[in-house]
Design a binder for this molecule. Structure first.
Ligand SMILES: Cc1cc2nc3c(=O)[nH]c(=O)nc-3n(C[C@H](O)[C@H](O)[C@H](O)COP(=O)(O)OP(=O)(O)OC[C@H]3O[C@@H](n4cnc5c(N)ncnc54)[C@H](O)[C@@H]3O)c2cc1C
Ligand code: SF4
Length: 511
């Protein structure tokens, strides 16, 4: 049976289910650069360059194997600009009996993929994306009948299922969680691993030129592009992390430092999300390092928790709850996204550092995303949809299945607590403890009111006051609400005024 196998830009894995039984002699692999996909949000220029370059390299590797690849470039004459349009055109070029695809990562694509069989009058087989460690069906089975869907319990089930870091039914080291050890601030003189930068080859350089011409007005620097664009390079990036980052990953997972964009983080998420690396091999590489004694249990558990736990869990939540999930707005937040999220022009150094790193690299590490840009957006009451669009644009690893639950659920608590048992909000004291950002900032984290006061301080208490009815009964919020209860009415009123004055001038140029 002659088959057209349609491979999407985040499905660049040779083991992809849609490619598994490919018949070299007769099948055609279709790959499409679609304008619609590059512009449904205004992606960071490095993100577009990464995906297009990785797609072109992947197509070359399939051709080198002897497969027949029909590759449509963005600028090819007649390119209709959409997956559906290009599939229609491909069917007029190739006489095939059926189409085979792997289920997409995003609801948006899933929605139109399901129309193809009727639209084209040809069988369309949509196969499971089994690159994940938990299938959509398995997640639904886990979630069914549970009162709460906490990640911790899902993660423990996944540990038991895989047997990773397990002694029989018990976790290695007799503990499931090393988070308490994994929250150290960075000692001032600790040497950090250099970023591994991959010099763009001819294919990537050609893509970068086209991206510059076509998407020159999108956010983000392009010249500093240093991402891996092939599987071989991504494997090299994995090895680099296992040797130079993993042993310290746990200790400094939550640390932040001015001018240091990568710390001990893996910077592997773009490769995982477009398929150059598989989660199973990344986890196994970390487990091997533990078995060989080159990384401690706390670091390896912390890392495994991110991939086997969080990554699989947010995907499960996305497919379980979409499309309604994206519509909730628990705090009824409606303020527009401040312009400085795009320009970085703000006197708040923590935000400036995070946004500038984002512009340079299409990357910020987790705690910057959660406790700097996310924390601020939550405290300031920015509309979830606008914050989500920003996150979807600016990170090289941003695909809706993983971006949305992290932003909507974890950072903004807009789902009312499905993902997190309490909102991730913090005042300037937390940022001061976990970073060196406050040194050299126009504000002072120790000052609570007045022109030098850190805005995170009064915004934090203001947020708690505004949402008291929603949050005060949450046992995990008991401590801050006890402190709030001890404040005089005058003090509360002063905080309210200060916060409102700040919020009202949010979109004016910074002092
Ligand atoms: C508001 C917000 C938005 C986010 N948007 C995205 C996104 O669009 N795409 C994305 O891949 N991650 C997203 N994350 C999760 C996380 O921040 C990134 O996966 C991580 O920063 C990627 O960098 P790294 O590879 O250096 O990760 P490391 O810190 O080294 O972690 C290792 C790996 O674990 C996985 N991981 C860690 N945390 C998470 C998580 N919370 N959810 C899913 N996977 C996780 C990633 O695959 C990552 O490569 C977001 C987090 C927040 C708070
Ligand atoms: S003082 Fe406040 S605004 Fe400035 S860097 Fe510290 S936490 Fe951020």
């Amino acid at each position: 049976m002659k088959t057209l196998r349609f491979v999407l830009g985040d499905q660049l894995s040779r083991s992809l289910s849609a490619l598994r039984d490919v018949e070299m002699s007769q099948d055609v692999v279709l790959m499409v650069e679609a304008q619609e996909e590059t512009t449904y949000v205004r992606h960071h220029r490095q993100k577009i360059a990464l995906v297009l370059s990785a797609m072109r390299h992947f197509a070359e590797s399939l051709r080198a194997e002897g497969l027949r690849v029909d590759y449509v470039r963005l600028d090819d004459a007649g390119n209709s600009g959409s997956f559906t349009g290009e599939l229609g055109r491909a069917l007029s070029r190739h006489l095939v009996d059926r189409i085979v695809v792997t289920e997409p990562g995003e609801w948006r694509v899933w929605d139109f993929m399901r129309t193809w069989e009727t639209a084209f009058g040809i069988p369309v087989e949509i196969r499971e994306d089994d690159r994940f460690l938990c299938s959509r069906g398995e997640f639904t089975a886990w979630a069914t009948g549970r009162r709460g869907l906490r990640m911790e319990f899902f993660y423990r089930q996944m540990r038991r299922q895989t047997g990773w870091l397990m002694n029989g039914d018990q976790p290695a080291g007799c503990r499931w969680n090393y988070d308490a050890e994994n929250r150290k601030a960075l000692p001032p003189h600790l040497a950090l691993p250099p970023r591994q930068r991959f010099v763009p080859d001819a294919i990537t350089r050609e893509v970068m030129t086209r991206v510059e011409q076509r998407f020159g007005d999108h956010f983000g620097d392009l010249d500093s592009f240093g991402w891996a664009a092939t599987r071989e390079e991504a494997i090299e990036a994995l090895r680099h992390f296992i040797t130079n980052g993993l042993p310290w990953f746990g200790d400094y997972q939550d640390a932040m430092k001015s001018g240091e964009d990568w710390l001990f983080h893996a910077a592997l998420s773009p490769y995982l999300n477009i398929g150059l690396l598989l989660p199973v091999e990344v986890c196994e590489a970390a487990l091997n390092a533990y078995q060989q004694g080159s990384a401690p249990l706390s670091a390896v558990e912390g890392f495994l928790r991110q991939i086997l736990g969080w990554r699989e869990y947010v995907r499960g939540i996305y497919w379980l709850r979409m499309p309604a999930y994206a519509q909730t707005n628990f705090f009824n937040a409606h303020r527009p996204l401040p312009a400085f999220y795009w320009t970085g022009e703000t006197a708040m150094k923590c935000l400036r550092e995070t946004i500038e790193a984002t512009r340079r690299n299409a990357y910020a590490h987790h705690i910057q995303r959660l406790m700097i840009t996310g924390n601020f957006a939550l405290l300031a009451g920015i509309a979830p949809a606008q914050v989500e669009e920003w996150y979807l644009c600016v990170y090289a690893d941003a695909f809706e299945w993983v971006e949305l639950p992290n932003t909507h659920g974890m950072a903004l608590h807009a789902d009312g607590g499905l993902l997190g048992s309490k909102p991730y909000v913090a005042s300037g004291a937390y940022i001061h403890r976990m970073s060196d950002y406050c040194t050299g900032c126009a504000y002072d984290p120790k000052i609570k009111r007045g022109p030098k006061a850190c805005p995170f301080n009064y915004l934090y208490w203001h947020f708690l006051m505004v949402h008291e009815a929603r949050l005060a009964s949450n046992p995990r919020m008991a401590l801050p609400y006890r402190t709030l209860a001890g404040m005089t009415a005058d003090h509360r009123q002063a905080i309210r005024q200060e916060a409102m004055a700040f919020l009202n001038r949010l979109d004016r140029p910074s002092p």
